[in-house]
Structure formats: C-alpha cells, structure tokens
Design a protein. Structure first.
Length: 214
C-alpha cells in the first residue's frame, strides 16, 4: 500500500480550513495531526479544540500523533475530538498495552510510535494489537528536519516483525520525508508516509502528493 498523510503542522494555521480543503481535493489518504505538550517534546502545538475544528472540515481520516506524556489520560478526549487513528509513543507510556486496548475499545485504530533511538525489537509483545506502527525518522518536536537514513533499515526490521506477528499492521514513517527518500521507504516496506514541509512548502502540494506516491 502507498499512502500519504500530510502533516498539518506545516500548514498555514491562519488558513487551516483552506489548507484542509486543498487536501480534501488531493490524492492524500489521511491527515496527520501532531499534538505536542512541551514536556515529552520541547515544542507545544495544539490540543483537542483545534482537532475538533480540523475534523469539521476534513473529508479524510484523522491520523492523530500524540507527542505527550501519559497519553492514556486523553484517549476519550481525542476520540470525542474526532481522531480516527490514535498513535502514542512507546517512550511516553508506562502501561502501553493498557493504553492501546483503551484506544481500540474507544473505537479508534491504535498505533505505537518509536523514536529514532528506540529499537524495533521492543515491539515484539505489542505489535499484535497494533493497526499501525509509526517510526520517527527525525527526533520529534518540529517539522522541516533532516531525515535519519537508518530509518530505512528499521522499516525492513519492522516489516519482518509484522510478517511474523501481525501481517495486517501498517508501517508509517514520519519526519523529513521527501520525493527522494519516499521510494526507498516504500520499497523497504512502508505503507504510509507522513510529509509536512515536502507538501506544504512545495509550489504545487497536490502534485507533490502524487509524486510522493510514485
Ligand atoms: C515531528 C512531527 C512530524 C512533522 C513532519 O515531530 O511528528 O509529523 O510535522 O514534518 P516534516 O515532514 O517537515 O519533517
Ligand atoms: Zn507526526
């Protein structure tokens, strides 16, 4: 599968509705929504009220990436705000299994996110329950950073793990994705690529989404 989830972190926050409508008309598959708390990551982005407004205009599933400590506290809030897919960081959860089940029980697709320093093998006992695993290809917190090349190897490792334990699990990659590394990531086994700057800083975002899928 080749799917693109543009990151709204790089959109024009003063014209969010306009940018969402542009994405509704595009070939993108999901909308990636980055929630940051200023503790788990150095940056603060936005919370549930903004997600609710995004949901009002979006015609594609909301792929909500929680970069917050103890995300289990907010599962119901983000379900109510309109998240379709909710991903939480391995590094931010003491009771990851409980949190993943809570997300599923709330009716959303669930996923784990791994920071660049976190090995894929740590998912051995949680990938079974995941609908998606998201590999960070930058240190989370900001858009526009440089892609960490080792992510391509991690995608291959994760593909092998999924083949053994959960072949339906989608592999997603987030950070520094562009038209140069996208084919490498899809070839290695990625299913969904997040792209912020590559889409929004491009002269023709809709064409860039098509190019990323090639
Ligand atoms: C980074 C966020 C990413 C970011 C990607 O912490 O999780 O989703 O918006 O932006 P680019 O594609 O510009 O690296
Ligand atoms: Zn993200």
């Amino acid at each position: 599968m080749k799917m693109i989830s543009p990151s709204l972190l790089s959109a024009d926050f003063g014209n969010l509705q306009r940018d969402i409508e542009m994405l509704n008309q595009s070939q993108c598959d999901w909308l990636h929504v980055d929630v940051m708390d200023g503790i788990f990551v150095p940056n603060i982005s936005f919370g549930q009220p903004v997600v609710k407004h995004i949901k009002k205009h979006a015609r594609k599933p909301l792929d909500v990436h929680l970069m917050i400590m103890d995300p289990g506290r907010y599962v119901a809030d983000f379900r109510d705000a309109g998240a379709d897919i909710l991903t939480v960081h391995y590094e931010a959860c003491t009771h990851l299994d409980r949190t993943l089940h809570a997300i599923k029980d709330a009716g959303m697709k669930c996923g784990v996110v791994l920071n660049p320093h976190t090995p894929v093998m740590l998912l051995e006992d949680s990938v079974q329950i995941c609908d998606v695993v998201l590999l960070m290809s930058v240190n989370p917190g900001f858009g526009g950073q440089k892609f960490i090349e080792n992510t391509v190897n991690k995608v291959r490792q994760l593909r092998d793990l999924c083949q053994r334990k959960n072949p339906d699990c989608l592999i997603e990659v987030d950070g520094g994705v562009n038209t140069t590394n996208a084919p490498l990531l899809f070839d290695a086994g990625a299913d969904v690529l997040v792209a912020g700057n590559a889409v929004f800083k491009s002269e023709n975002p809709q064409q860039t989404i098509i190019d990323l899928k090639r």
